[in-house]
Ligand binder design. Structure first.
Ligand code: ADP
Ligand code: MG
Length: 433
């Protein structure tokens, strides 16, 4: 009975709001924060739930045994439980069950072999007494090294059965037409003023000032190492500046935790991709939308299908994020950020690692996706050529300082900008970093 209830609770928990957010946070803590999830809350709920189940289970066990001794509960059980999870796969409820079955059968088998019923002299050298321990340790180590996701990874029996039934019905319902409403841009602004960042003795930013109006697309360019990512980290609450402020929609967000910044309407992507790998494409977007539902009410909320179609990923919605190729993964990150209903999208080199044709297409998608949610954009690129087409204004960073601001044409003609790029290792104008 309790087993049934625990399975049900475990399985249902995954479908709940809290459960889904907790899964995202498990996949990537920083990315979760960046769309507004505060992992502490979810983890606390998950922890409490499991403590309740374990407590009830232990109480029943005590009832069955008739005694309480720490010997039964302390090390051995902890170890066995852990081994069950590792063997079965900690990402699925079916896996946990399978792990329990496999380990119980294995341990009982070992106990039998080590017991008095088996009388093979050759077995004696195998340290009969420690046989179960060897099995336990071997199973844990073996799985951790060779198959760290366990036997089943995140495969679930009920989900599989459901899929099977769906396939039998041989459906493929026509998808509803996409209605792309274009919300009016927000009348607020994002301003970072006088931001200075020191890493030890190294000054990564000095007095950097960037302003983006609602609905505006602003570029931030500069050679590698200029401090572009650092500025985004300051805005996103990942790096605390030595001085300077970051104000969005009149709210001072300087030094606020990342999830608070995201809920405040500043949602970013990462230079080195951060997706929720074992969640599907669709789930990645839905998780962000789930947070936004609560924390960003009243903001334009395109549905998941519209967003995914917007970046050309609707056909791949059932794929796991980690199976996507590089370009698609970048597009998914963009869709996920938009699903968080931002006032401002902060994109760190969305075209990095892409071919020229792909980059141009991506830039176009940035613009349409931002328009879909009525967000302003601050987009980083180290190559001016790619963002020139979509930016209203461009800031140029060099060695931590803003050296020029203007329209793309003005920036292109600016001798200071040319000098900065020529002065750097000339990698600035090349692709592929
Ligand atoms: P980019 O413009 O290429 O994005 P970054 O903002 O990543 O440049 O980095 C700016 C400079 O700050 C680089 O010289 C980098 O080495 C340095 N830097 C960035 N993050 C850190 C850190 N956490 N600790 C020390 N130095 C850092
Ligand atoms: Mg960078």
């Amino acid at each position: 009975m309790l087993l049934f209830v625990s399975i049900l609770v475990a399985r249902l928990f995954r479908q709940t709001r809290v459960g889904r957010l907790a899964q995202a946070a498990r996949e990537d803590d920083l990315a979760a924060r960046a769309v507004g999830i505060n992992p502490a809350g979810q983890q606390m709920v998950a922890l409490l739930l499991s403590v309740v189940i374990v407590a009830v289970g232990s109480a029943l066990r005590v009832y069955a045994l008739g005694v309480i001794t720490p010997r039964f509960f302390f090390f051995e059980y902890t170890l066995i439980t852990l081994a069950m999870l590792i063997v079965g796969g900690r990402n699925s409820v079916t896996g946990a069950l399978l792990g329990t079955v496999v380990m119980t059968i294995g341990l009982e088998g070992m106990r039998y072999v080590a017991g008095p019923d088996v009388n093979v002299a050759a077995l004696d050298w195998l340290l009969r007494d420690g046989l179960t321990g060897i099995f336990l340790g071997g199973a844990m180590l073996g799985f951790m090294i060779f198959r760290s996701s366990g036997l089943l990874d995140d495969w679930e029996l009920d989900a599989w059965l459901l899929r099977l039934r769906h396939r039998r019905r041989a459906e493929r319902p026509d998808s509803p037409p996409v209605t792309a409403e274009s919300p009016p841009p927000q009348a607020n602004s994002l301003v970072t003023s006088d931001v200075t960042v020191d890493f030890g003795g190294f000054r990564a930013l000095e007095g950097a000032h960037v302003a983006v109006e609602g609905g505006e697309v602003v570029g931030l360019i500069g050679p590698n190492g200029a401090g572009k990512t650092t500025l985004l980290n300051v805005i996103g609450g990942v790096v605390t500046p030595a001085s300077g402020r970051c104000i969005a929609a009149g709210r001072d967000l300087t030094g606020a935790p990342t999830h608070v910044v995201a809920r405040g309407g500043l949602v970013r992507t990462f230079q080195n991709l951060r997706l929720f790998g074992s969640l599907t494409v669709q789930e990645n977007v839905e998780v962000a939308a789930l947070v936004a539902e609560r924390h960003r009410p009243g903001r334009p909320a395109p549905d998941t299908e519209t967003l995914l179609r917007g970046v050309g990923l609707w056909e791949l919605r059932g794929r796991r994020a980690r199976e996507l190729d590089y370009g698609n993964a970048r597009r998914l990150e963009l869709a996920r950020a938009a699903a968080a209903r931002p006032d401002f999208l902060l994109l760190d080199e969305p075209t990095s690692g892409m071919s020229d044709a792909e980059s141009l297409e991506m830039i176009h998608r940035v613009r349409t996706t931002a328009a879909l949610v009525g967000a302003g954009v601050l987009v980083i690129d180290h190559d001016l050529n790619f963002i020139i087409g979509i930016c209203d204004r461009v800031y140029t960073l060099d060695q931590g300082k803003i050296i020029a601001v203007g329209t793309p044409a003005e920036i292109q003609a600016n001798p200071l900008v040319q000098a900065a790029y020529l002065g750097s290792d000339a990698g600035g104008q090349r692709r592929g970093h």
